[in-house]
Design a protein around this ligand. Structure first.
Ligand SMILES: *[C@@H]1O[C@H](CO)[C@@H](O)[C@H](O)[C@H]1NC(C)=O
Ligand SMILES: *[C@@H]1O[C@H](CO)[C@@H](O)[C@H](O)[C@H]1NC(C)=O
Ligand SMILES: *[C@@H]1O[C@H](CO)[C@@H](O)[C@H](O)[C@H]1NC(C)=O
Length: 449
């Protein structure tokens, strides 16, 4: 019964989605920018855009394969050492006092003092976003007030006040809270939003925007039921507020931004994308997160006119793409996406798609196809062009229930993760283990998390 209602809702949603999608395919960058922040003649945003573009260009890693090689090796080493530990405890079913199952988590989760060493988290990021430090080195800002009533002069103690301050800040929450954002939350550079130790929901309001900003960590929060904000005057930094048009309803919108790390976030039901990264955003890692109940999950590159997206480099690692997801995990244009050790257990249309010749390296993931015989293909090229040369490669992925990945483009000549003597993992079983704690964690002060 519930399922039937759900299917009905779903088909209604799809009907609505098609015209919206077409509306989103805007003719050119100028129109796109105008729609997103009023006018391109705004001097303030012009300046921020040009600073951000330089940062994106500097963050771009010209030899992505070298980085890929490094990253994957760490995973394998980690598995090898955890195996050794298990063997030395042979006979006992001991998991150890803390069960961090992947190298990012292992860097901080087992520290019982994580609460007093919160900023240590910033040392743990891997992949393309590995230089992200967020608010490290800055003071702790404690959000005490879940309200969000004044968009221009936010009250001290609110999240909007915190993210619009200048300088690095490590933002935490005094108690569990549910925050309904009245308008998109404009996060400025050098910030960490750290929800560990309490339950923080961004619920039923507008989403989080990182626009022409740099160096942001979002960790340990839940984002759900996000709707568009109506737009209006919104503060984006200590010295500036300005008019914003209606927001898209993305959970997290990354717009011309670089060095972004999203980790252990649980997200569902946003009215546009769950996470969109567009307009030359790069140096991004999305890890350990759990996604459910959504149609267009991740859009990396919004338009083929945006050739700036060639600098886009994004790592997706240890995420769980879970129940009731439909498509775009991700859908990419131009950039380089490393999809490593993620668990794809549900999709209704396809998992990974793209257009405009993106590079997609899929390694060590598990793909469990839906029962629908028309949706067994993981990949989707949204194009009339010849895509045979696009480099979309699958290595050590595990396919279940008839899932298949159509590869294209040149093979990786040297396997990017290949030290010959390393144990070749059995990907399926490892992925479930590596992603076991995906989503926001229940951390208690004084205990390993
Ligand atoms: C982009 O679109 C705007 C508004 O439709 C138009 O004025 C402008 O000439 C277009 N620019 C290009 C390069 O096509
Ligand atoms: C690869 O890892 C080594 C050792 O951890 C480090 O010194 C080096 O900078 C890394 N290379 C890249 C490209 O990140
Ligand atoms: C962010 O921090 C870096 C490093 O301290 C600094 O160079 C940069 O100016 C900061 N950005 C902003 C917008 O404050």
């Amino acid at each position: 019964m519930a399922k039937a209602v759900y299917n009905l809702l779903l088909s209604l949603c799809l009907v609505v989605v098609i015209p919206t999608l077409q509306a989103n395919i805007l003719e050119n960058t100028t129109t796109y920018v105008e729609q997103h922040f009023g006018t391109v003649d705004d001097e303030y945003w012009k300046e921020r855009a040009s600073v951000a573009r330089k940062l994106s260009e500097n963050a771009y890693f010209p030899d992505p394969h070298a980085l890929t090689r490094n990253f994957t090796l760490t995973v394998q080493k980690d598995i090898a050492s955890s195996k050794k530990i298990r063997r030395s405890l042979s006979g006992k079913q001991v998991e150890g006092p803390c069960e961090a199952t992947n190298p990012i988590d292992r860097c901080w989760r087992c520290d019982p003092d994580w609460e007093s060493n919160r900023q240590k988290l910033a040392d743990c990021v891997q992949g393309f976003g590995r230089k992200t430090t967020g608010g490290k080195g800055g003071p702790i800002y404690v959000v005490t007030d879940p309200s969000d009533n004044d968009m221009v002069n936010p009250k001290p103690g609110t999240i909007r006040h915190a993210v619009t301050r200048n300088g690095p800040l490590w933002i935490i929450f005094s108690h569990s809270m549910s925050i309904r954002l009245n308008e998109e939350l404009m996060v400025s550079s050098n910030k960490t939003i750290d929800g560990r130790g309490v339950d923080v929901y961004f619920n039923k309001g507008a989403g989080i925007t990182v626009q022409y900003a740099n160096n942001v960590i979002i960790h340990g929060i839940k984002i759900r039921d996000i709707v568009p904000g109506n737009g209006g005057l919104i503060r984006d930094s200590e010295e500036h507020y300005g008019f914003r048009t209606r927001s898209d309803g993305d959970g997290i919108s990354i717009f011309g931004a670089s060095n972004i790390w999203i980790d252990h976030v649980s997200m569902r039901k946003c009215s546009d994308g769950i996470i969109d990264a567009i307009m030359g955003s790069t140096a991004i890692t999305i890890s350990n997160s759990h996604f459910t109940d959504h149609n267009d999950v991740m859009l990396f590159g919004a338009n083929e006119q945006h050739t700036i997206d060639k600098v886009m480099q994004i790592t997706l690692a240890f995420n769980h793409f879970g129940k009731r997801l439909i498509q775009r995990m991700p859908r990419a244009r131009y950039g380089f996406v490393h999809v490593v050790n993620n668990d794809y257990t549900h999709w209704e249309m396809y998992a990974i798609g793209g257009s405009s010749n993106p590079t997609i390296i899929s390694e060590g993931n598990r793909f469990v196809a839906p029962d629908d015989n028309n949706a067994k293909e993981i990949t989707k090229r949204v194009t009339n062009d010849d895509w045979k040369d696009w480099q979309w490669r699958s290595m050590d992925d595990v396919f279940e229930n008839g899932a298949f990945f159509i590869q294209s483009g040149p093979e990786m000549k040297t396997r990017p993760f290949g030290l010959k003597d390393m144990i070749t993992p059995k990907p399926g079983s490892y992925v479930q283990r590596l992603t076991r704690y995906a989503g926001s964690l229940k951390c208690r002060v004084g205990e390993p998390c």
